[in-house]
Design a protein around this ligand. Structure first.
Ligand SMILES: [Zn+2]
Length: 67
């Protein structure tokens, strides 16, 4: 599994993104808010990867490949 981060994330932010991805995978939504700007998260998934990101451009984002 390769995780790509476009910007530097703290351990807390990384954990938050992991939890958000888990929420979307399990429930199809999340109530968590971005710890940087307070915006909502969005989630995209295809056959080989998924992306969890804040709706604010260039804020928190995580791409996970190799599902
Ligand atoms: Zn944000």
């Amino acid at each position: 599994m390769v995780t790509k981060l476009p910007d530097k994330h703290t351990a807390e932010e990384f954990e938050l993104l992991g939890n958000v991805g888990e929420d979307f995978g399990r429930f199809g939504k999340t109530d968590r808010k971005c710890s940087r700007c307070g915006n909502d998260f969005e989630y995209f998934e295809n056959s080989s990867s998924y992306r969890t990101s804040c709706k604010t451009p260039n804020c928190l984002e995580e791409v996970v490949r190799g599902l």
